[in-house]
Design a protein around this ligand. Structure first.
Ligand code: COA
Length: 285
């Protein structure tokens, strides 16, 4: 964790901050001195989280209802954010929507629902906060949480893959354009981190988690605390020269899946002895 008081006097706005990774990042920001504002559709969940974190850290956490799919709801939430805490120094676009499904089963509304939450939601929040910051002459660190398959694409989560790729293009583009206003834009691509929200939609029977672990060289899933450490670093003044970066954090899963020979990890030493002999025999042929 960063030094205590790293975020003292700073305001952090975290969408989807009531549960899962958003709650984890809010907790760490709050521990490091930030005044946090969390948003999601469910005000009761947000209030419970806000109270829990405040009682743990002693720092204020505000709860604001916001459906990121709805541009008016976002506008109202940003107005309220500025009223209760002031212009944010940190903005984390963490709210997401996803489920696994064969693409031939997706209705137009299913596609719209996911892309509205992930791509349009991130755009509404970023544009609304960004315009207010420009008016106020204030910079900020923006962070978006995407996924490792935003880069590769992935079957069975096609709306999410498409929308998250759009978010990455948006953040790289804004890093280029709005740097002049003192804003930084970065992205974290997490691999699998077990949270109820994600795993209930991506591994509903609990069957896939075991498989995931076998392809993660670090040998385990990630934790909310680990992503919170990277997120707080990227949004802190320690990272003031980091902008337009897309940082993969997945215990090595992406490169493991990409490397053609990586499955040879299952080969035993005895098998290697046999194969080495066979290979050496072919020398010169
Ligand atoms: N398979 C296929 N289609 C599905 C589906 C599934 N498992 N789940 C939902 N849909 C379709 C619905 O049928 C609907 O389309 P239709 O109107 O043509 O029938 C459309 O998607 C919207 O579903 P609905 O349940 O009305 O949306 P919602 O706004 O209540 O919920 C979700 C949005 C579906 C994304 C819900 O999972 C959610 O709220 N997620 C938020 C948290 C989250 O996803 N976290 C994981 C992040 S990794």
């Amino acid at each position: 964790m960063l030094p205590l008081n790293t975020f003292k006097g700073k305001v952090a706005f975290i969408t989807g901050g009531g549960t899962g990774l958003g709650k984890g990042m809010t907790t760490t920001l709050s521990m490091l001195g930030a005044e946090c504002v969390i948003s999601s559709r469910k005000l009761d969940v947000l209030k419970e989280t806000a109270n829990e974190i405040t009682s743990q850290t002693g720092n204020k956490v505000h709860a604001i209802q916001c459906d990121v799919r709805d541009a008016d709801s976002v506008k109202n939430a940003v107005t309220e954010l500025i009223q209760v805490a002031g212009h944010p120094d940190v903005v984390i676009n963490n709210a997401a929507g996803n489920f696994i499904s064969p693409s031939e089963r997706l209705s137009a509304n299913a596609w719209r629902t996911i892309t509205d939450i992930v791509l349009n939601g991130t755009a509404y929040i970023t544009l609304e906060v960004g315009k207010e910051l420009i008016k106020a002459g204030k910079g900020a660190a923006f962070l978006a949480i995407t996924t490792i398959y935003a880069e590769s694409g992935s079957g069975f989560v096609v709306p999410s893959a498409s929308a998250k790729a759009g978010v990455e293009a948006m953040y790289k583009s804004l890093a280029g354009e709005w740097g002049r206003y003192g804003m930084r834009f970065n992205v974290i691509q997490p691999g699998p981190i077990k949270t109820k929200g994600a795993f209930s939609r991506l591994d509903p029977t609990g069957e896939f988690a075991g498989d995931m672990v076998t392809r993660i060289p670090c040998g385990r899933l990630g934790t909310a605390g680990e992503i919170a450490n990277l997120a707080t670093y990227l949004c802190s003044d320690y990272a003031n020269w980091v902008s337009g970066a897309i940082i993969r954090m997945d215990g090595g899963e992406y490169v493991f899946m990409a490397g053609e020979f990586n499955n040879l990890k299952k080969v035993t030493n005895n098998q290697w002895d046999i194969m080495e002999k066979l290979i050496r025999k072919t020398k010169g042929s």
